[in-house]
Design a binder for this molecule. Structure first.
Ligand code: AMP
Length: 628
Protein backbone atom coordinates (compact mmCIF):
# COMPACT_ATOMS: atom_id res chain seq x y z
CA UNK A 1 0.00 0.00 0.00
CA UNK A 2 1.25 3.51 -0.56
CA UNK A 3 1.59 5.68 2.49
CA UNK A 4 -0.86 8.34 1.48
CA UNK A 5 -3.70 5.77 1.25
CA UNK A 6 -2.69 4.30 4.60
CA UNK A 7 -2.60 7.77 6.12
CA UNK A 8 -5.94 8.73 4.61
CA UNK A 9 -7.61 5.66 6.09
CA UNK A 10 -6.42 6.69 9.54
CA UNK A 11 -7.93 10.14 9.07
CA UNK A 12 -11.17 9.17 7.32
CA UNK A 13 -12.07 6.36 9.69
CA UNK A 14 -9.85 6.45 12.77
CA UNK A 15 -12.02 3.92 14.58
CA UNK A 16 -11.68 1.25 11.89
CA UNK A 17 -8.00 2.05 11.48
CA UNK A 18 -7.09 1.75 15.16
CA UNK A 19 -9.40 -1.22 15.68
CA UNK A 20 -7.17 -3.00 13.19
CA UNK A 21 -3.92 -1.79 14.81
CA UNK A 22 -5.16 -2.83 18.27
CA UNK A 23 -4.78 -6.45 17.18
CA UNK A 24 -1.02 -6.05 17.53
CA UNK A 25 -1.29 -6.37 21.30
CA UNK A 26 -2.89 -8.83 23.71
CA UNK A 27 -6.13 -7.86 25.38
CA UNK A 28 -7.38 -9.71 28.44
CA UNK A 29 -10.84 -8.34 27.83
CA UNK A 30 -11.96 -6.79 24.55
CA UNK A 31 -12.85 -3.11 24.40
CA UNK A 32 -16.42 -2.10 23.76
CA UNK A 33 -15.69 1.19 22.02
CA UNK A 34 -12.62 2.11 19.95
CA UNK A 35 -12.86 5.83 20.67
CA UNK A 36 -14.83 7.97 23.06
CA UNK A 37 -14.45 11.58 22.01
CA UNK A 38 -17.59 12.82 23.70
CA UNK A 39 -15.70 15.31 25.86
CA UNK A 40 -13.17 16.95 23.56
CA UNK A 41 -10.29 17.56 23.72
CA UNK A 42 -10.09 14.46 25.94
CA UNK A 43 -9.90 11.25 23.94
CA UNK A 44 -10.41 7.79 25.36
CA UNK A 45 -9.14 4.91 23.27
CA UNK A 46 -10.24 1.29 23.47
CA UNK A 47 -12.81 1.94 26.18
CA UNK A 48 -13.57 -1.04 28.42
CA UNK A 49 -10.66 -3.09 27.10
CA UNK A 50 -8.33 -4.63 29.65
CA UNK A 51 -4.66 -5.01 29.00
CA UNK A 52 -1.26 -4.50 30.61
CA UNK A 53 1.97 -2.96 29.30
CA UNK A 54 4.20 -5.38 31.19
CA UNK A 55 2.29 -8.37 29.88
CA UNK A 56 2.69 -7.15 26.32
CA UNK A 57 6.35 -6.25 26.78
CA UNK A 58 7.46 -9.29 28.73
CA UNK A 59 5.07 -12.16 29.52
CA UNK A 60 3.69 -12.34 26.01
CA UNK A 61 7.14 -13.26 24.70
CA UNK A 62 8.10 -15.72 27.42
CA UNK A 63 6.30 -18.68 25.81
CA UNK A 64 7.55 -18.17 22.27
CA UNK A 65 11.05 -16.82 22.91
CA UNK A 66 11.68 -16.99 26.65
CA UNK A 67 15.37 -17.72 26.28
CA UNK A 68 16.06 -15.01 23.73
CA UNK A 69 17.65 -11.74 24.87
CA UNK A 70 15.22 -9.11 26.10
CA UNK A 71 17.32 -6.57 27.98
CA UNK A 72 20.99 -5.97 27.27
CA UNK A 73 22.39 -3.75 30.00
CA UNK A 74 25.78 -2.33 29.11
CA UNK A 75 27.75 0.16 31.17
CA UNK A 76 31.09 1.43 29.96
CA UNK A 77 31.14 3.45 33.16
CA UNK A 78 31.38 0.39 35.40
CA UNK A 79 32.56 -2.03 32.71
CA UNK A 80 29.62 -4.32 33.17
CA UNK A 81 27.47 -6.07 30.64
CA UNK A 82 24.55 -8.36 31.32
CA UNK A 83 21.99 -9.93 29.03
CA UNK A 84 18.57 -10.83 30.47
CA UNK A 85 16.38 -13.21 28.49
CA UNK A 86 12.63 -12.61 28.43
CA UNK A 87 12.30 -15.30 31.10
CA UNK A 88 14.94 -13.70 33.30
CA UNK A 89 13.47 -10.27 32.75
CA UNK A 90 10.07 -11.58 33.81
CA UNK A 91 11.58 -13.05 36.98
CA UNK A 92 13.35 -9.78 37.84
CA UNK A 93 10.22 -7.75 37.16
CA UNK A 94 8.14 -10.05 39.38
CA UNK A 95 10.73 -9.69 42.14
CA UNK A 96 10.65 -5.92 41.82
CA UNK A 97 6.85 -5.99 41.78
CA UNK A 98 6.74 -8.11 44.94
CA UNK A 99 9.26 -5.79 46.58
CA UNK A 100 7.10 -2.79 45.75
CA UNK A 101 4.00 -4.51 47.09
CA UNK A 102 5.84 -5.36 50.30
CA UNK A 103 6.54 -1.64 50.65
CA UNK A 104 2.88 -0.83 50.38
CA UNK A 105 2.60 0.06 46.70
CA UNK A 106 -0.73 -0.81 45.16
CA UNK A 107 -2.65 -0.07 41.99
CA UNK A 108 -2.85 3.63 41.18
CA UNK A 109 -0.07 4.61 43.58
CA UNK A 110 2.77 6.66 42.16
CA UNK A 111 6.33 5.41 42.23
CA UNK A 112 9.06 7.91 41.42
CA UNK A 113 12.11 6.44 39.71
CA UNK A 114 15.31 8.49 39.97
CA UNK A 115 17.89 6.18 38.51
CA UNK A 116 20.93 5.94 36.32
CA UNK A 117 20.83 3.70 33.25
CA UNK A 118 20.93 0.40 35.08
CA UNK A 119 18.79 -2.69 34.50
CA UNK A 120 16.98 -2.17 37.82
CA UNK A 121 15.50 1.04 36.42
CA UNK A 122 13.79 -0.94 33.66
CA UNK A 123 12.73 -3.62 36.18
CA UNK A 124 11.15 -0.90 38.30
CA UNK A 125 9.27 0.66 35.39
CA UNK A 126 7.96 -2.70 34.20
CA UNK A 127 7.11 -3.75 37.76
CA UNK A 128 4.96 -0.64 38.16
CA UNK A 129 3.26 -1.41 34.87
CA UNK A 130 2.69 -4.98 36.04
CA UNK A 131 0.88 -4.05 39.25
CA UNK A 132 -0.85 -0.95 37.91
CA UNK A 133 1.26 1.53 39.84
CA UNK A 134 1.97 4.77 37.99
CA UNK A 135 5.65 5.45 37.48
CA UNK A 136 7.23 8.83 37.20
CA UNK A 137 10.80 8.62 36.01
CA UNK A 138 12.88 11.70 36.74
CA UNK A 139 16.02 12.17 34.65
CA UNK A 140 19.10 11.37 36.74
CA UNK A 141 20.77 14.60 35.63
CA UNK A 142 18.20 16.68 37.51
CA UNK A 143 19.10 17.95 40.97
CA UNK A 144 17.32 18.52 44.26
CA UNK A 145 14.89 21.34 43.43
CA UNK A 146 13.76 19.79 40.15
CA UNK A 147 13.24 16.53 41.94
CA UNK A 148 11.38 18.16 44.85
CA UNK A 149 8.88 19.85 42.51
CA UNK A 150 8.16 16.49 40.90
CA UNK A 151 7.84 14.73 44.26
CA UNK A 152 5.31 17.30 45.39
CA UNK A 153 3.30 17.00 42.21
CA UNK A 154 3.31 13.20 41.86
CA UNK A 155 3.17 12.43 45.61
CA UNK A 156 4.86 9.03 45.28
CA UNK A 157 4.48 6.42 48.00
CA UNK A 158 7.84 5.00 46.97
CA UNK A 159 10.99 6.35 45.35
CA UNK A 160 13.36 3.94 43.64
CA UNK A 161 16.90 5.25 43.37
CA UNK A 162 20.58 4.35 43.59
CA UNK A 163 23.73 5.48 45.29
CA UNK A 164 25.08 7.07 42.14
CA UNK A 165 25.25 7.43 38.41
CA UNK A 166 28.53 7.72 36.63
CA UNK A 167 29.82 9.99 33.91
CA UNK A 168 33.18 9.71 32.18
CA UNK A 169 34.29 7.28 34.88
CA UNK A 170 33.40 9.62 37.72
CA UNK A 171 30.66 8.71 40.18
CA UNK A 172 27.83 11.22 40.38
CA UNK A 173 26.13 10.76 43.75
CA UNK A 174 22.33 10.59 43.60
CA UNK A 175 21.49 9.83 47.20
CA UNK A 176 22.45 13.20 48.75
CA UNK A 177 20.42 14.98 46.04
CA UNK A 178 17.48 12.72 46.75
CA UNK A 179 17.73 13.28 50.51
CA UNK A 180 17.86 17.03 49.91
CA UNK A 181 14.89 16.84 47.54
CA UNK A 182 12.80 14.92 50.07
CA UNK A 183 13.75 17.51 52.69
CA UNK A 184 12.65 20.33 50.38
CA UNK A 185 9.41 18.61 49.35
CA UNK A 186 6.18 18.94 51.32
CA UNK A 187 5.25 15.38 50.44
CA UNK A 188 7.29 12.65 52.09
CA UNK A 189 7.40 9.22 50.46
CA UNK A 190 6.97 6.32 52.88
CA UNK A 191 9.95 4.44 51.47
CA UNK A 192 13.03 4.80 49.34
CA UNK A 193 14.29 1.66 47.63
CA UNK A 194 18.00 1.90 46.93
CA UNK A 195 20.18 0.05 44.48
CA UNK A 196 23.70 0.10 45.87
CA UNK A 197 26.19 0.06 43.02
CA UNK A 198 28.98 0.62 45.52
CA UNK A 199 30.13 3.71 43.66
CA UNK A 200 29.82 6.05 46.65
CA UNK A 201 28.94 5.51 50.32
CA UNK A 202 25.31 6.14 51.20
CA UNK A 203 23.78 7.41 54.39
CA UNK A 204 20.63 5.52 55.24
CA UNK A 205 17.49 6.93 56.83
CA UNK A 206 16.24 4.27 59.24
CA UNK A 207 12.72 3.09 58.63
CA UNK A 208 12.46 4.86 55.27
CA UNK A 209 15.35 3.59 53.18
CA UNK A 210 15.42 -0.02 52.06
CA UNK A 211 18.24 -1.84 50.28
CA UNK A 212 17.18 -3.25 46.89
CA UNK A 213 19.54 -6.26 47.03
CA UNK A 214 18.43 -7.37 50.51
CA UNK A 215 14.74 -7.04 49.75
CA UNK A 216 15.22 -8.84 46.43
CA UNK A 217 16.66 -11.80 48.32
CA UNK A 218 13.35 -12.12 50.15
CA UNK A 219 11.39 -12.24 46.90
CA UNK A 220 13.57 -14.46 44.73
CA UNK A 221 10.71 -16.79 43.83
CA UNK A 222 8.00 -14.18 43.64
CA UNK A 223 5.13 -14.86 41.27
CA UNK A 224 3.22 -11.65 40.81
CA UNK A 225 0.35 -11.90 38.37
CA UNK A 226 -0.33 -9.08 35.97
CA UNK A 227 -3.00 -6.61 37.09
CA UNK A 228 -5.30 -6.10 34.11
CA UNK A 229 -6.06 -2.44 33.63
CA UNK A 230 -8.79 -0.67 31.78
CA UNK A 231 -7.22 0.86 28.70
CA UNK A 232 -7.68 4.42 29.99
CA UNK A 233 -6.19 3.94 33.42
CA UNK A 234 -2.80 5.63 33.76
CA UNK A 235 0.54 4.00 33.12
CA UNK A 236 2.91 6.83 33.85
CA UNK A 237 3.62 10.49 34.40
CA UNK A 238 6.61 12.11 32.76
CA UNK A 239 7.41 15.70 33.60
CA UNK A 240 8.38 18.09 30.88
CA UNK A 241 9.25 21.75 30.76
CA UNK A 242 6.83 24.38 29.68
CA UNK A 243 6.59 28.13 29.80
CA UNK A 244 6.10 28.38 33.53
CA UNK A 245 8.55 27.40 36.23
CA UNK A 246 6.29 24.47 37.13
CA UNK A 247 6.91 21.36 35.02
CA UNK A 248 3.92 19.62 33.52
CA UNK A 249 3.20 16.00 34.32
CA UNK A 250 2.41 14.39 30.98
CA UNK A 251 0.04 11.54 31.85
CA UNK A 252 -0.27 8.53 29.61
CA UNK A 253 -2.83 5.71 29.37
CA UNK A 254 -2.26 1.97 29.07
CA UNK A 255 -4.06 0.50 26.05
CA UNK A 256 -3.68 3.40 23.63
CA UNK A 257 0.02 3.65 24.42
CA UNK A 258 0.60 -0.08 23.92
CA UNK A 259 -1.21 -0.04 20.58
CA UNK A 260 0.53 3.13 19.39
CA UNK A 261 3.95 1.72 20.26
CA UNK A 262 3.23 -1.66 18.68
CA UNK A 263 2.04 0.09 15.52
CA UNK A 264 5.04 2.42 15.38
CA UNK A 265 7.46 -0.47 15.90
CA UNK A 266 5.93 -2.07 12.82
CA UNK A 267 5.29 0.86 10.49
CA UNK A 268 7.99 3.36 11.42
CA UNK A 269 10.77 1.39 13.12
CA UNK A 270 10.23 -1.87 11.21
CA UNK A 271 11.42 -4.04 14.09
CA UNK A 272 10.84 -7.80 14.22
CA UNK A 273 10.81 -10.21 17.17
CA UNK A 274 14.24 -11.62 17.89
CA UNK A 275 16.11 -8.59 16.53
CA UNK A 276 17.98 -6.03 18.62
CA UNK A 277 17.05 -2.38 19.04
CA UNK A 278 19.53 0.15 20.39
CA UNK A 279 18.38 3.56 21.52
CA UNK A 280 21.07 5.76 23.02
CA UNK A 281 18.64 7.95 24.96
CA UNK A 282 18.01 7.85 28.71
CA UNK A 283 15.02 6.45 30.59
CA UNK A 284 14.50 9.95 32.00
CA UNK A 285 13.22 11.18 28.62
CA UNK A 286 10.24 10.11 26.56
CA UNK A 287 12.42 8.32 24.00
CA UNK A 288 13.67 6.16 26.87
CA UNK A 289 10.10 5.26 27.83
CA UNK A 290 8.82 4.59 24.33
CA UNK A 291 11.90 3.29 22.56
CA UNK A 292 14.24 1.86 25.17
CA UNK A 293 11.80 0.14 27.46
CA UNK A 294 8.28 -0.36 26.12
CA UNK A 295 8.33 -0.18 22.31
CA UNK A 296 11.10 -2.66 21.46
CA UNK A 297 9.95 -5.18 24.09
CA UNK A 298 6.33 -4.94 22.96
CA UNK A 299 7.68 -5.79 19.49
CA UNK A 300 9.50 -8.82 20.93
CA UNK A 301 12.89 -7.25 20.31
CA UNK A 302 15.91 -7.21 22.58
CA UNK A 303 16.63 -3.69 23.78
CA UNK A 304 20.00 -2.21 24.68
CA UNK A 305 20.25 -0.07 27.78
CA UNK A 306 23.53 1.80 27.60
CA UNK A 307 25.19 3.77 30.38
CA UNK A 308 28.14 5.79 29.18
CA UNK A 309 29.39 8.32 26.68
CA UNK A 310 29.45 7.77 22.92
CA UNK A 311 33.22 8.30 22.84
CA UNK A 312 34.44 6.32 25.82
CA UNK A 313 36.55 4.18 25.92
CA UNK A 314 36.67 5.39 22.30
CA UNK A 315 34.37 6.59 19.53
CA UNK A 316 33.84 3.01 18.38
CA UNK A 317 31.84 1.95 21.42
CA UNK A 318 28.35 2.24 19.92
CA UNK A 319 29.43 0.50 16.74
CA UNK A 320 31.00 -2.33 18.70
CA UNK A 321 27.60 -2.81 20.38
CA UNK A 322 25.90 -2.82 16.97
CA UNK A 323 28.33 -5.50 15.78
CA UNK A 324 28.21 -7.65 18.90
CA UNK A 325 24.42 -7.71 19.31
CA UNK A 326 23.56 -7.47 15.61
CA UNK A 327 21.53 -4.33 16.17
CA UNK A 328 19.07 -3.79 13.33
CA UNK A 329 17.50 -0.48 14.38
CA UNK A 330 19.29 2.28 16.18
CA UNK A 331 17.86 5.50 17.63
CA UNK A 332 19.89 8.54 18.67
CA UNK A 333 19.95 12.33 18.58
CA UNK A 334 21.67 14.72 16.16
CA UNK A 335 23.92 16.08 18.93
CA UNK A 336 25.40 12.65 19.53
CA UNK A 337 26.10 12.30 15.82
CA UNK A 338 27.79 15.71 15.79
CA UNK A 339 29.98 14.55 18.68
CA UNK A 340 30.97 11.45 16.71
CA UNK A 341 31.63 13.49 13.59
CA UNK A 342 34.45 15.23 15.43
CA UNK A 343 36.19 11.90 16.02
CA UNK A 344 38.48 10.12 13.59
CA UNK A 345 36.28 8.13 11.15
CA UNK A 346 38.23 4.87 11.46
CA UNK A 347 36.31 4.00 14.63
CA UNK A 348 33.20 3.31 12.63
CA UNK A 349 35.05 1.39 9.95
CA UNK A 350 36.49 -1.06 12.47
CA UNK A 351 33.19 -2.84 13.02
CA UNK A 352 30.87 -4.98 11.00
CA UNK A 353 27.71 -2.90 10.81
CA UNK A 354 25.97 -5.05 8.23
CA UNK A 355 23.11 -5.89 10.63
CA UNK A 356 22.07 -2.23 10.85
CA UNK A 357 19.10 -1.35 8.66
CA UNK A 358 18.39 2.24 9.66
CA UNK A 359 19.34 4.99 12.08
CA UNK A 360 16.53 7.04 13.60
CA UNK A 361 17.28 10.54 14.87
CA UNK A 362 15.01 12.79 16.91
CA UNK A 363 14.78 15.34 19.67
CA UNK A 364 16.10 18.38 17.83
CA UNK A 365 16.43 19.62 14.27
CA UNK A 366 18.65 17.46 12.11
CA UNK A 367 20.90 19.68 10.03
CA UNK A 368 21.84 18.67 6.51
CA UNK A 369 25.59 18.36 7.13
CA UNK A 370 25.11 15.98 10.05
CA UNK A 371 22.50 13.96 8.19
CA UNK A 372 24.62 13.59 5.04
CA UNK A 373 27.77 12.74 6.96
CA UNK A 374 26.21 9.93 8.99
CA UNK A 375 24.30 8.58 5.99
CA UNK A 376 27.50 8.24 3.99
CA UNK A 377 29.44 6.74 6.90
CA UNK A 378 26.81 4.13 7.71
CA UNK A 379 25.34 3.54 4.28
CA UNK A 380 21.86 3.05 5.77
CA UNK A 381 18.79 5.30 5.69
CA UNK A 382 18.76 8.08 8.28
CA UNK A 383 15.20 8.54 9.49
CA UNK A 384 14.49 11.86 11.15
CA UNK A 385 11.39 11.83 13.33
CA UNK A 386 9.70 14.72 15.04
CA UNK A 387 7.58 14.35 18.17
CA UNK A 388 7.29 15.39 21.80
CA UNK A 389 6.98 14.04 25.31
CA UNK A 390 3.29 14.81 24.97
CA UNK A 391 2.70 12.60 21.93
CA UNK A 392 4.82 9.60 22.95
CA UNK A 393 5.56 8.56 19.35
CA UNK A 394 6.44 10.28 16.06
CA UNK A 395 4.17 12.98 14.63
CA UNK A 396 6.27 13.48 11.50
CA UNK A 397 8.55 10.93 9.89
CA UNK A 398 8.72 8.49 7.01
CA UNK A 399 6.86 5.24 7.69
CA UNK A 400 9.29 2.95 5.92
CA UNK A 401 7.31 -0.10 7.00
CA UNK A 402 4.48 1.07 4.75
CA UNK A 403 6.30 2.76 1.91
CA UNK A 404 9.89 3.64 1.28
CA UNK A 405 8.99 7.21 0.54
CA UNK A 406 11.82 9.55 -0.35
CA UNK A 407 13.19 11.70 2.45
CA UNK A 408 13.92 15.36 2.03
CA UNK A 409 17.00 16.92 3.63
CA UNK A 410 16.14 19.12 6.58
CA UNK A 411 12.62 17.69 6.87
CA UNK A 412 11.56 15.07 9.43
CA UNK A 413 8.97 13.98 6.85
CA UNK A 414 5.21 13.90 6.58
CA UNK A 415 2.42 13.53 9.16
CA UNK A 416 2.23 10.02 10.54
CA UNK A 417 -1.02 8.03 10.43
CA UNK A 418 -3.49 9.25 13.03
CA UNK A 419 -2.12 12.79 13.22
CA UNK A 420 -4.16 15.49 11.50
CA UNK A 421 -1.34 18.01 11.33
CA UNK A 422 -1.96 21.58 10.21
CA UNK A 423 -0.06 24.85 10.15
CA UNK A 424 -1.87 27.88 11.47
CA UNK A 425 -1.00 31.54 11.22
CA UNK A 426 0.01 32.63 14.71
CA UNK A 427 -2.17 35.73 14.84
CA UNK A 428 -5.11 35.06 12.50
CA UNK A 429 -5.41 31.32 13.07
CA UNK A 430 -5.89 30.87 9.31
CA UNK A 431 -4.46 27.75 7.73
CA UNK A 432 -1.10 28.33 6.05
CA UNK A 433 -0.43 27.47 2.45
CA UNK A 434 2.69 25.78 1.09
CA UNK A 435 5.93 27.43 2.18
CA UNK A 436 4.15 29.69 4.63
CA UNK A 437 5.42 29.67 8.21
CA UNK A 438 2.93 28.79 10.93
CA UNK A 439 2.41 27.04 14.24
CA UNK A 440 2.32 23.24 13.99
CA UNK A 441 -1.00 22.08 15.41
CA UNK A 442 -2.89 18.81 15.49
CA UNK A 443 -6.64 18.51 15.13
CA UNK A 444 -8.31 16.38 17.77
CA UNK A 445 -8.76 13.62 18.67
CA UNK A 446 -5.10 12.95 19.19
CA UNK A 447 -4.29 9.37 18.15
CA UNK A 448 -3.68 6.61 20.72
CA UNK A 449 -0.51 6.93 22.78
CA UNK A 450 -0.66 10.70 23.20
CA UNK A 451 -1.03 12.35 26.60
CA UNK A 452 -4.34 11.91 28.41
CA UNK A 453 -4.04 15.11 30.40
CA UNK A 454 -1.68 17.08 32.62
CA UNK A 455 -1.44 15.01 35.79
CA UNK A 456 -3.94 16.29 38.32
CA UNK A 457 -4.84 19.31 36.22
CA UNK A 458 -7.29 18.79 33.36
CA UNK A 459 -7.81 22.51 33.15
CA UNK A 460 -4.13 23.15 32.57
CA UNK A 461 -4.17 20.54 29.80
CA UNK A 462 -7.01 22.30 28.00
CA UNK A 463 -5.69 25.79 28.65
CA UNK A 464 -2.08 25.10 27.74
CA UNK A 465 -2.44 22.93 24.70
CA UNK A 466 -5.90 23.43 23.26
CA UNK A 467 -6.74 27.09 23.73
CA UNK A 468 -4.26 28.92 21.54
CA UNK A 469 -6.53 29.39 18.54
CA UNK A 470 -10.19 30.06 17.88
CA UNK A 471 -10.76 26.46 16.89
CA UNK A 472 -9.85 23.85 19.46
CA UNK A 473 -6.59 22.35 18.17
CA UNK A 474 -3.58 20.90 19.96
CA UNK A 475 -0.58 23.20 19.75
CA UNK A 476 2.89 21.69 19.56
CA UNK A 477 4.46 25.11 20.25
CA UNK A 478 6.73 24.57 17.27
CA UNK A 479 7.04 26.73 14.19
CA UNK A 480 6.87 24.85 10.96
CA UNK A 481 6.58 25.13 7.23
CA UNK A 482 5.27 22.66 4.64
CA UNK A 483 6.50 22.43 1.09
CA UNK A 484 4.27 21.87 -1.91
CA UNK A 485 4.71 18.09 -1.61
CA UNK A 486 3.57 17.94 2.01
CA UNK A 487 6.96 17.60 3.70
CA UNK A 488 7.23 19.56 6.93
CA UNK A 489 10.20 21.50 8.26
CA UNK A 490 10.45 22.40 11.94
CA UNK A 491 11.73 25.89 12.66
CA UNK A 492 12.04 26.04 16.45
CA UNK A 493 9.75 26.68 19.40
CA UNK A 494 7.12 29.37 19.66
CA UNK A 495 7.44 29.45 23.45
CA UNK A 496 10.22 29.86 26.02
CA UNK A 497 11.31 26.25 25.82
CA UNK A 498 14.82 25.62 24.59
CA UNK A 499 16.41 22.47 23.30
CA UNK A 500 19.93 21.71 24.52
CA UNK A 501 21.46 18.60 22.98
CA UNK A 502 17.97 17.21 22.42
CA UNK A 503 16.99 17.93 26.04
CA UNK A 504 14.02 20.15 26.56
CA UNK A 505 14.48 22.86 29.16
CA UNK A 506 12.27 25.73 30.27
CA UNK A 507 14.02 29.07 30.37
CA UNK A 508 11.66 30.12 33.19
CA UNK A 509 12.86 27.29 35.39
CA UNK A 510 16.46 28.34 34.85
CA UNK A 511 15.56 31.98 35.50
CA UNK A 512 13.83 31.07 38.75
CA UNK A 513 16.85 29.15 39.87
CA UNK A 514 19.30 31.95 39.02
CA UNK A 515 17.07 34.51 40.77
CA UNK A 516 17.56 32.63 44.01
CA UNK A 517 21.20 33.73 44.08
CA UNK A 518 21.41 36.48 46.72
CA UNK A 519 23.17 38.89 44.36
CA UNK A 520 20.78 38.54 41.42
CA UNK A 521 17.82 40.85 41.18
CA UNK A 522 16.58 39.97 37.71
CA UNK A 523 17.52 37.63 34.92
CA UNK A 524 16.62 36.61 31.39
CA UNK A 525 17.60 33.26 29.95
CA UNK A 526 17.48 32.57 26.23
CA UNK A 527 18.45 29.69 23.96
CA UNK A 528 21.30 30.53 21.60
CA UNK A 529 22.32 28.54 18.53
CA UNK A 530 25.27 26.23 19.13
CA UNK A 531 27.15 24.19 16.56
CA UNK A 532 27.36 21.06 18.70
CA UNK A 533 24.36 21.08 21.01
CA UNK A 534 21.85 22.77 18.71
CA UNK A 535 21.15 25.36 21.41
CA UNK A 536 22.68 26.40 24.71
CA UNK A 537 21.18 28.50 27.51
CA UNK A 538 22.68 31.97 27.95
CA UNK A 539 21.75 34.14 30.94
CA UNK A 540 21.72 37.92 31.34
CA UNK A 541 21.50 38.89 34.98
CA UNK A 542 21.18 42.17 36.83
CA UNK A 543 23.24 42.01 40.02
CA UNK A 544 21.82 43.59 43.19
CA UNK A 545 25.25 44.87 44.01
CA UNK A 546 26.82 46.22 40.84
CA UNK A 547 30.24 46.57 42.49
CA UNK A 548 30.57 42.80 42.46
CA UNK A 549 30.79 42.83 38.67
CA UNK A 550 32.91 45.93 38.23
CA UNK A 551 35.99 43.89 37.34
CA UNK A 552 36.54 40.93 35.03
CA UNK A 553 37.49 38.77 38.05
CA UNK A 554 34.34 39.81 39.88
CA UNK A 555 32.19 38.91 36.88
CA UNK A 556 33.90 35.58 36.52
CA UNK A 557 33.43 34.77 40.19
CA UNK A 558 29.74 35.69 40.19
CA UNK A 559 29.21 33.78 36.94
CA UNK A 560 30.70 30.67 38.55
CA UNK A 561 28.52 31.12 41.62
CA UNK A 562 25.38 31.46 39.52
CA UNK A 563 26.27 28.35 37.56
CA UNK A 564 26.83 26.47 40.81
CA UNK A 565 23.34 27.47 42.00
CA UNK A 566 21.79 26.04 38.81
CA UNK A 567 23.88 22.87 39.13
CA UNK A 568 22.73 22.38 42.68
CA UNK A 569 19.08 23.16 42.16
CA UNK A 570 18.29 21.92 38.67
CA UNK A 571 21.32 19.90 37.65
CA UNK A 572 24.25 20.49 35.31
CA UNK A 573 21.98 19.73 32.35
CA UNK A 574 20.32 23.14 32.87
CA UNK A 575 23.51 25.11 33.52
CA UNK A 576 23.78 28.13 31.20
CA UNK A 577 26.82 28.20 28.94
CA UNK A 578 27.41 31.84 29.92
CA UNK A 579 26.07 34.27 32.51
CA UNK A 580 26.48 37.89 31.46
CA UNK A 581 25.86 40.86 33.75
CA UNK A 582 23.90 43.94 32.73
CA UNK A 583 22.21 46.77 34.59
CA UNK A 584 19.09 46.74 32.43
CA UNK A 585 17.10 44.09 30.56
CA UNK A 586 15.10 44.71 27.38
CA UNK A 587 11.42 44.81 28.27
CA UNK A 588 8.21 46.07 26.77
CA UNK A 589 6.57 49.07 28.40
CA UNK A 590 4.23 46.66 30.14
CA UNK A 591 7.23 44.91 31.70
CA UNK A 592 7.41 41.76 29.53
CA UNK A 593 10.91 40.48 28.92
CA UNK A 594 11.88 40.63 25.25
CA UNK A 595 13.55 37.25 25.19
CA UNK A 596 13.25 36.84 21.44
CA UNK A 597 15.08 40.14 20.84
CA UNK A 598 17.86 39.11 23.23
CA UNK A 599 18.12 35.78 21.47
CA UNK A 600 18.27 37.48 18.07
CA UNK A 601 21.12 39.71 19.19
CA UNK A 602 23.02 36.74 20.59
CA UNK A 603 22.66 35.00 17.23
CA UNK A 604 23.68 38.10 15.28
CA UNK A 605 20.19 38.63 13.87
CA UNK A 606 17.94 41.64 13.75
CA UNK A 607 16.14 42.05 17.13
CA UNK A 608 12.80 42.53 15.36
CA UNK A 609 9.97 44.94 16.09
CA UNK A 610 11.03 47.18 18.96
CA UNK A 611 8.20 49.69 18.98
CA UNK A 612 7.11 48.57 22.43
CA UNK A 613 10.55 48.53 24.05
CA UNK A 614 10.88 50.46 27.29
CA UNK A 615 14.55 51.40 27.00
CA UNK A 616 16.53 50.74 23.81
CA UNK A 617 19.81 51.22 25.72
CA UNK A 618 19.22 47.77 27.21
CA UNK A 619 19.83 46.20 23.82
CA UNK A 620 23.10 48.05 23.49
CA UNK A 621 24.16 46.58 26.83
CA UNK A 622 23.41 43.06 25.60
CA UNK A 623 25.53 43.70 22.50
CA UNK A 624 28.43 45.04 24.48
CA UNK A 625 28.55 42.32 27.15
CA UNK A 626 28.60 39.72 24.38
CA UNK A 627 31.90 41.08 23.16
CA UNK A 628 33.52 41.02 26.61
P1 AMP B 1 10.71 16.59 24.07
O1 AMP B 1 9.33 16.70 24.57
O2 AMP B 1 11.73 16.76 25.13
O3 AMP B 1 10.90 15.34 23.27
O4 AMP B 1 10.95 17.80 23.09
C1 AMP B 1 10.09 17.99 22.01
C2 AMP B 1 10.55 19.15 21.18
O5 AMP B 1 11.84 18.85 20.60
C3 AMP B 1 9.65 19.42 20.00
O6 AMP B 1 8.53 20.20 20.35
C4 AMP B 1 10.60 20.12 19.05
O7 AMP B 1 10.78 21.46 19.40
C5 AMP B 1 11.91 19.37 19.28
N1 AMP B 1 12.08 18.25 18.34
C6 AMP B 1 11.91 16.94 18.60
N2 AMP B 1 12.21 16.19 17.52
C7 AMP B 1 12.57 17.03 16.54
C8 AMP B 1 12.97 16.87 15.17
N3 AMP B 1 13.09 15.66 14.63
N4 AMP B 1 13.25 17.98 14.46
C9 AMP B 1 13.13 19.21 15.01
N5 AMP B 1 12.76 19.43 16.29
C10 AMP B 1 12.48 18.36 17.06
Amino acid sequence: MNFSDFYQQSIDDPQAFWDQEAKRIDWNEPYTQVLDHSKPPFAKWFVGGKTNLCHNAVDRWVASQGDKPALIAISTETDTEKVYSFKELQAEVMRAAAMMQSLGVSKGDRVLIYMPMVAEAAFAMLACARIGAVHSVVFGGFAANSLATRIDDAKPVLIVSADAGSRAGKAVAYKPLLDEAIKLAQHKPAHVLLVDRELVPMSIVEGRDVAYAALREQHMHAEVPVTWLESNESSYILYTSGTTGKPKGVQRDVGGYAVALAASMKHIFCGNPGETYFSTSDIGWVVGHSYIVYGPLIAGMATVMYEGLPIRPDAGIWWSIVEKYKVTRMFSAPTAVRVLKKQPPEFMKKYDLSSLKALYLAGEPLDETTSQWIASELGVPIVDNYWQTETGWPILSIARGIEDKATRLGSPGVPMYGYKVKLLNESTGAECGPNEKGVVVIEGPLPPGCMQTVYGDDERFVKTYWSNFKEQVYSTFDWGIRDADGYYFILGRTDDVINVAGHRLGTREIEESISSHPNVSEVAVVGVEDKLKGQVAVAFAIPKNGDAVATAEGRKALEAEVMAVVDKQLGAVARPARVHFVSLLPKTRSGKLLRRSIQAICEGRDPGDLTTIEDPASLQQIRSVLTE
